[in-house]
Design a binder for this molecule. Structure first.
Ligand code: GDP
Ligand code: MG
Length: 436
């Protein structure tokens, strides 16, 4: 999904301007990428329609970085689609009863172990695991092994084929042994069938769980959504657990399930180890799908502060060789307005770690500003008039060394050349190369 979205978005990144046709084309490609990744067609269609409306409604067309802005719009829609915020697990009942449901092989037993481990380690609970997959002795052994690994007791009744009875007995056992959470692992079939549904419904009615969690293999694509719906019709569960997100899994299921069953995804499972469990954060999932670090917030802040008209005016000035120190000063103020420099740079993918220990203070502009303030308005407008005696005067006025004034003049000159180049055909090529 990521590759395809990248490709679709790349279409419009690096271009100075995009047209409505470009938006429509890009949106179509995004929709295709989503459908290819098992997102339900209608869900993908609705999502991309909203993206298109926003792209045209907002100033994507005149934005300086349409690709980024578009990425942000898609990102926001993905987050919305996945429910917006993290939804935790309800542990308020004493004891809390958690019923685990899903098809065979979806990862119920593995998740039961992980959840018990999480509650014990991170939430200071004293969980009890209950083996209700009564038809396969191997399933009971599997849960016992996991319980042994994480140091959580497992309640079993060898030979008893009645999961309702076992669950009820387990709850009594838990109460008299001061367990505060009871996790009931159940049997699944390879496909939806009436017998399995009746059985899980009976257990559900008997134990009245605090939380019923539906476990689904994210690799099953569109089927995952159908299964999620079938189980929800019977159990009206509280949340979804997406498993096997560690492999080469397509993200489609995560995108669709929420909008089809209107139940939050609460956990994601990312491996066979007991530690491979994460709370589900829609933001992170959207980031992961789009693979873009924290560029989003960078774009957001830049958007807030950047005055577009000013940018246009600058472009004209550069083209006419009229860019002076006053404009330079404005740029500096613009950058400062955007916030703490280090924060800002830290948001760029890959940069965050590298500059963690480097000191980039906002003061780094202070000397430059002092020098510019010591210039006369005429000098600022026409830097070419600044000769040696003037340089000396400016240095003295600013309380800086002559070399610093020289350095600033040189940098300014280079910047002017570069900005001119960026506006020409070579510059466009360069930008395109950079965006790759
Ligand atoms: P159940 O039939 O629903 O109880 O499913 P199991 O918990 O027995 O899991 C079925 C298989 O999937 C087992 O081989 C697990 O080790 C594996 N499995 C479960 N969760 C994950 C996961 O998140 N990632 C990976 N890679 N494998 C998993
Ligand atoms: Mg199992």
């Amino acid at each position: 999904l990521q590759d395809k979205l990248d490709k679709a978005l790349h279409n419009i990144s690096g271009r100075g301007k995009i047209t409505e046709i470009n938006v429509a084309e890009t949106v179509k490609e995004i929709r295709r990428a989503l459908v290819d990744a098992d997102v339900n067609y209608k869900v993908a269609k609705d999502l991309t329609k909203r993206v298109q409306d926003k792209a045209i409604g907002q100033n994507v067309l005149t934005s300086l970085t349409p690709g980024q802005l578009m990425t942000k719009i898609v990102h926001d829609e993905l987050v919305d689609l996945m429910g917006g915020s993290q939804e935790g697990i309800n542990l308020s009942d004493k004891p809390t009863i958690i019923l685990i449901a899903g098809l065979q092989g979806s990862g119920k037993t593995t998740f039961s172990g992980k959840l018990a481990n999480y509650l014990k380690q991170k939430r200071s609970k004293k969980p009890l695991l209950v083996a209700c997959d009564v038809y396969r002795p191997a399933a009971i052994d599997q849960l016992k092994v996991l319980g042994g690994q994480i140091g959580v007791p497992v309640y079993t009744e060898e030979g008893n084929l009645n999961p309702v009875q076992i669950s009820e007995n387990a709850i009594n056992f838990a109460k008299s042994n001061s367990h505060d959470v009871i996790i009931i692992d159940t049997a699944g079939r390879l496909a939806i069938d009436q017998e399995m549904m009746n059985e899980i419904r009976n257990v559900h009615q008997a134990v009245k769980p605090t939380e019923t969690l539906f476990v689904v293999d994210s690799m099953t694509g569109q089927d995952a959504v159908n299964t999620a719906k079938a189980f929800n019709d019977v159990l009206n569960y509280n949340g979804v657990v997406l498993t096997k997100l560690d492999g080469d899994t397509r993200g489609g299921a995560a995108l669709t399930i929420r909008s089809v069953v209107e139940k939050p995804i609460k956990f994601i499972s990312t491996g066979e180890k007991m530690e491979a469990l994460d709370l589900f954060y829609p933001e992170r999932m959207a980031d992961r799908i789009l693979g873009m670090g924290d560029v989003v917030s960078l774009v957001e802040r830049a958007q807030e502060q950047f005055d577009e008209e000013e940018a246009k005016r600058l472009h004209k000035k550069i083209a006419k060789n009229e860019f002076g120190f006053d404009d330079f000063l404005k740029q500096i103020h613009q950058i400062k307005k955007m916030g703490n420099m280090k924060d800002l740079m830290g948001m760029l993918p890959g940069v965050g770690k590298a500059i963690k220990d480097v000191d980039i203070s906002d003061d780094s502009f202070k000397h430059i500003e002092a020098i510019i303030y010591s210039m006369t308005p005429e000098e600022r407008r026409k830097p070419s008039t600044i000769n040696m005696p003037r340089k000396q005067r400016i240095a003295k006025g600013a309380g800086r060394k002559l070399e610093e004034v020289n350095q600033l003049m040189k940098q300014f000159e280079q910047m002017g050349k570069m900005m001119k180049m960026m506006q020409g055909p070579q510059g466009k090529q360069m930008m395109q190369m950079m965006s790759k």
